[in-house]
Design a binder for this molecule. Structure first.
Ligand code: FAD
Ligand code: YCP
Length: 388
């Protein structure tokens, strides 16, 4: 057997959606790229699994909404390149109290004048019942990304462009230097550039490289609720995604997507979870309904009368949050040939094509295509440990 190749132009650690898109951009630019993943693919232990994610232009922060046209374009390009459907336009309803600052900022950034009241919303989307005094803003560009399929597709194209993907290899050690050495459970690899996109594991990882990043992994309970009338909230019906802003009973927001994963079951969950060590995620039981489920049940009872009020199914997923919920996309302050992409705080999937492009640009020493001020490591004080 020929000895395994061990030297590359770039090594990317973590084959979730961010690492996979980063590797895809690098390979498209003819960089000899190695993408390493600790688990056998596909897997459901990180943040990128499941069949659906929301994609929307509606963002309160202009620096994200400005990236969305390019992200939509790159998703379409991937669809065209592979002949695969990855996106379904459904629209998205943002709902909350009138004048709520985030809702207003989203409306402004969308360039939408219209604000719907309960009657207007019910006419457009019959499944929704707004509460008195609340309003809705509609993002017509929004829809659902077919997440598992998207991840598989981007990895396939990466390979087609000559990239190497090795799964079932956990990275154990990184030795910085002009040639970075990466030791895994199965081999030793070298490259002049390294990119770390290790999701919820990133904090522990970079700690060994002298960085204390404020990354908090959260365990998210994903809940599915049965349609009383089968098919009423399916992709084929007039059923949009939705997101609440500024509701007092759910300050982090409640969101939902039409029934996709499981016919007849609509996903409705909190945009929040409980702190967890990613290595111990299965040690906490999720079988007993907690207070968060009671809030969701009550929300469904009021706003989505077409659904039953007890969850039919619960799954788990991981967020990795930063304190300001903005991403970290930056070079290591001391080792500039090591780039870090982390802290996607539960909203990174839709932007992965642009994130991948930015991480690729940072790694190749190019001027990034967008203003990176909100994504720097140094916005957090005291991240560089004195010892290094
Ligand atoms: C329930 C839920 C709903 C969401 N909804 C939306 C949404 O609607 N819209 C949206 O835009 N975003 C959404 N997100 C967020 C989005 O899914 C994440 O931001 C995104 O998947 C993060 O991808 P990642 O590549 O950073 O992490 P991951 O997918 O976790 O990838 C990191 C990878 O690194 C690997 N790794 C870690 N350590 C090592 C090691 N030592 N060696 C080798 N490999 C390693 C891991 O195994 C993992 O595969 C949601 C997330 C969740 C959990
Ligand atoms: O990024 C998004 O669009 C969604 C919003 C709701 C929570 C999960 N992420």
């Amino acid at each position: 057997m020929a000895p395994q190749k061990s030297t590359y132009d770039v090594i990317v650690i973590g084959a979730g959606i961010q690492g996979s898109f980063t590797a895809y951009h690098l390979a498209q630019r003819h960089k000899d790229t190695l993408l390493l993943e600790q688990f056998l693919l596909p897997h459901s232990r990180g943040s990128s699994h499941g069949q659906s994610r929301i994609i929307r232009s509606a963002y309160a922060q202009e620096y994200y909404s400005r990236m969305m046209p390019e992200s939509f374009r790159l998703w379409r390009q991937l669809e065209a390149e592979t002949g695969t459907t990855l996106y379904r336009q459904t629209g998205l309803v943002l709902l909350g109290p009138p004048g709520e600052p985030e809702l207003e900022a989203c409306r402004r950034n969308l360039g939408v004048d219209e604000v719907l009241d309960a009657a207007a919303l019910a006419q457009r989307f019959p499944g929704f019942r707004l509460q008195a005094g609340q309003v809705a803003v509609v993002d017509t560009t929004a829809g659902v990304l077919f997440a598992d399929r998207a991840l598989r597709t981007v990895q396939e194209v990466f390979r087609r462009h000559g990239g190497t993907l090795r799964d079932g290899q956990k990275v154990l050690h990184i030795e910085p230097g002009p040639m970075v050495t990466v030791t895994t459970t199965a081999g030793v690899y070298k490259a002049p550039r390294l990119i770390i996109t290790a999701g919820a594991w990133t904090g522990a990882f970079v700690e060994k490289l002298g960085l204390r990043l404020p990354l908090q992994p959260l365990r998210i309970d994903v809940c599915y609720w049965r349609e009383k009338q089968p098919g009423s909230a399916s992709l084929g019906s007039v059923s949009p995604c939705f997101l609440t802003l500024g509701l007092s009973q759910a300050p982090h927001g409640i969101y939902g997507l039409p029934s996709i994963e499981y016919p007849g079951l609509m996903k409705v969950s909190h945009h929040h979870g409980s702190p967890i060590d990613p290595e111990k995620r299965d040690q906490t039981s999720s079988s007993t309904p907690g207070p968060d489920i009671a809030i969701l049940s009550s929300f469904i009872n009021s706003y989505l009368p077409g659904l039953e009020t007890q969850p039919a199914l619960r799954e788990t997923c991981l967020y990795t949050n930063t304190p300001d919920e903005d991403f970290i996309l930056d070079r290591h302050p001391k080792f500039s040939n090591i780039v870090i992409g982390a802290g996607f705080s539960g909203h990174g999937f839709k932007l992965a094509p642009v994130v991948g492009k930015l991480l690729c640009e940072l790694s190749l020493g190019e001027e990034p295509s967008y203003n990176m001020a909100h994504f720097t490591i140094t916005r957090f004080p005291g991240v560089l440990r004195a010892a290094l």
